[in-house]
Design a protein around this ligand. Structure first.
Ligand code: ADP
Ligand code: SF4
Length: 684
């Protein structure tokens, strides 16, 4: 039963001429599908509508080819030929009973466009693209501003034609031309678009008025705006933000507040708690009578209610919580609190978009697969016949497989050597800042506990004898992987010279409770979150830590999930010395030696202990022993043995939950190895 205190979340709220059915609002978010995969996009957005969100928005949608952000895959509404894709998305959203919003964008000088139109900007400045191309935008003149307004108006008219209910004017996340106009840090124009705040706001006012004039009676016109900016002393600050909101107060039908850059807006849980944007948004609502939406990775209904009751927000905005659990509103509405699948704030979803591949989610393996594979986050097909499935290893792969197979109706036994179920998740989540990762195990263990035909057996190491005696029809081997101590990996394909007497440890040793002290080198040839988190932990425990990595940056991969800069700062604050572009050459007792990859110079670092992260070794002992005894399978009633998760190919937690899910879906419906295993959006 729903807690009556949460009923306020289900009050309908007016947005201009439209009525939102509740206060759950999926704010615009990128997804790596964009204009390339409209059917997959419609499947994803439509699923959230079914899950109870009242408003579902697109990603940023470029209004003109000169606003293209290639190679990122965003939305396009350049011409009428783009409408079929939008109609697909809008229809899916409407079928689920939600309002559809579109975020129109003009990006300003951001990238070398594939269309080869010269970038347009406020001034002649280098483009702010990922690769820092030596290319400058052209300072827009009056004619350009008139053209931009025309493009925006035309895009708004097209958006109405496609059926959108909300048509945004957008000035957030740093790279929009409109935000650059607002900010003294970027706007040094001396014409009617520069100088006074009135002038800097001019284009936004024009776009709001012209969009309303074009579509106003039929559609709501929200305004999305950055409410902080870190641009040294010139960036937008609270007083100026308040002036802007005050000046435009009633012009939009809704205010959607965000941060001045994506990395600060979508901070990972390692660097922000739920509700972390409240200090920036609090107080702005009193400047307008229009409804206000803001985000903060909200997954707790109590925290959501507090945002409404305190007069901070009218809508609970969400991108990531809606990705991790498209059915979050429905579950709260129906009081199924135990079933909430909370976002862990890992930003794997963001990394998908950054790599221009369909977004994926650690917590929700069905994300992005709604149309392509026909996967539903809450529903799975019933079993085809009775069978008993044994799953060895209760990490994310084993847990997900057990949960989903249990939902399918199979009799499932889940065993693990350790006393605590959760595998790597329960170990990695004990590192500083990674506590939310434990939600991956907690959610699944909670779900499994409700299924009386799924049994769990902690502290139960399985041998081949045990498996053959178990009487299972199918066995999934999810025994995981362990870090290698010899640094075999990208920089050292054949491992590293480690002399006897050297104290070399791996993250697994640290998880097993080995205590370190004195001078420690963390050698990170994995380039992910764990090397830096271990360095942080050891520094916090009083070790003198040097992190050495062959990559140009510490936690190099984490640029993709937007947290690399935060990680580096944290390490510096903790006193960790960072040496990048250095490849280990040897480890002897008391010393770690490396080569400076730029100069070739030798580096010797005193080290009482060295922690090595390079590659992990799949744990194949059990499956190999079973394969050797394949002749006995039939007598044991065993039909299949399948390797899944990190034991199959080590990766991030997201890969393991996906592997477990896929195993559960395909157990009795094996894929044709020669066929493409999913639908594809083909160009028209
Ligand atoms: P994944 O990420 O693929 O789920 P993990 O490394 O998180 O893998 O989990 C693997 C789990 O398998 C660990 O908790 C480990 O204790 C367990 N395990 C490994 N070998 C055996 C075995 N022979 N019997 C039971 N459990 C095992
Ligand atoms: Fe949340 Fe991680 Fe899923 Fe993104 S990938 S929605 S951050 S759990």
């Amino acid at each position: 039963m729903r807690d009556p205190r949460h009923s306020i979340l289900f009050e309908p709220v007016k947005i201009g001429p439209k009525l939102a059915r509740n206060r759950f609002y999926q704010v615009p978010h990128c997804n790596g599908m964009g204009h390339r995969e409209p059917s997959a996009l419609a499947g994803m957005r439509g699923m959230k509508a079914k899950g109870g969100w009242a408003v579902i928005c697109t990603e940023e949608v470029e209004i003109h080819p000169s606003s293209e952000v290639a190679p990122s895959i965003e939305g396009r509404i350049w011409e009428d030929r783009d409408l079929f894709a939008h109609e697909r998305v809008v229809n899916a959203i409407h079928e689920g009973g939600a309002l559809a919003g579109i975020e129109l964008v003009f990006n300003g000088p951001r990238t070398n466009t594939a269309s080869r139109l010269p970038p347009l900007g406020l001034n002649s400045m280098p483009v702010a693209s990922e690769w820092l191309e030596p290319l400058q935008g052209r300072a827009m003149d009056r004619e350009d501003f008139r053209a931009l307004r025309r493009w925006h108006r035309n895009a708004a008219l097209r958006a109405r034609k496609a059926g959108y209910d909300l048509i945004y004017v957008y000035a957030g996340h740093g790279l929009t031309l409109t935000q650059q106009l607002l900010s003294r840090a970027t706007n040094d124009r001396t014409d009617e678009y520069g100088g006074s705040l009135e002038n800097r706001v001019r284009l936004i006012r024009e776009l709001l008025e012209e969009t309303r004039d074009a579509v106003g009676a039929d559609c709501a016109v929200p305004m999305r705006m950055a409410v902080e900016e870190s641009q040294l002393e010139l960036g937008l600050e609270k007083a100026e933000i308040e002036d802007i909101v005050g000046m435009l107060a009633e012009l939009p039908d809704l205010w959607d507040f965000c941060m001045g850059s994506w990395s600060r807006d979508s901070r990972t849980a390692r660097f922000s708690a739920e509700g972390f944007q409240e200090p920036f948004v609090k107080g702005l609502k009193r400047l307008t009578t229009k409804p206000v939406v803001g985000v903060g990775r909200f997954t707790s209904p109590d925290a959501m209610v507090e945002q409404i009751r305190s007069g901070t927000l009218d809508f609970i905005g969400a991108a990531r919580p809606s990705i991790a659990d498209p059915f979050l509103p429905k579950k709260i509405e129906e009081g199924h609190y135990d079933d909430l699948r909370e976002c862990i704030g890992c930003n794997i979803c963001v990394a998908g978009d950054m790599q221009s591949v369909p977004l994926r989610c650690t917590q929700n393996p069905t994300m992005g697969e709604e149309w392509r594979r026909g996967w539903h986050p809450e529903v799975i097909q019933p079993k085809k016949r009775d069978a008993r499935v044994l799953i060895v290893g209760a990490g994310p792969a084993g847990l997900e497989a057990a949960h989903q197979l249990g939902k399918r109706g199979y009799e499932v036994a889940l065993t693990d050597s350790r006393n605590t179920l959760g595998g790597r998740v329960s170990r990695e989540s004990r590192l500083p800042g990674l506590g939310t990762w434990q939600r991956v195990a907690d959610y699944r263990l909670g779900q499994i506990a409700k299924l009386d035909h799924v049994e769990t057996y902690p502290a139960s190491t399985m041998t081949a004898d045990d498996v053959l005696a178990f009487g299972a029809t199918h066995v999934a081997i999810a025994t995981g992987a362990r870090y290698r101590a010899d640094a075999r990996g990208r920089a050292h394909p054949r491992g590293l010279m480690i002399s006897e007497g050297a104290s070399v440890l791996t993250p697994d040793d640290i998880f097993d409770g080995v205590q370190l002290s004195g001078q420690v080198v963390v050698y990170d040839d994995e380039h992910y979150a764990l090397g830096s988190a271990i360095a942080e932990k050891l520094a916090g425990e009083g070790c003198s830590v040097t992190l050495v990595t062959p990559a140009p940056l510490v936690s190099y991969w984490n640029q993709l999930n937007l947290e690399q800069g935060f990680i580096e700062r944290r390490l510096v604050e903790k006193g960790v010395r960072i040496i990048a572009r250095a490849t280990a050459t040897e480890i002897v007792a008391g010393r770690f030696s490396a080569q400076d990859d730029v100069t070739g110079a030798r580096l010797d670092i005193s080290a009482d202990q060295v922690v090595v992260l390079a590659s992990r070794e799949p744990q194949l002992g059990l499956i190999n022993a079973l394969k050797e005894r394949q002749a006995e399978w039939a007598d044991a009633g065993l039909e299949s043995v399948t390797l899944i998760g990190d034991a199959h190919n080590p990766g991030m937690i997201v890969h393991a939950t996906y592997a477990g899910h896929r195993y559960a879906r395909e157990l009795d419906e094996p894929m044709d190895a020669d066929a493409v295993p999913f639908l594809r959006d083909m160009p028209r």
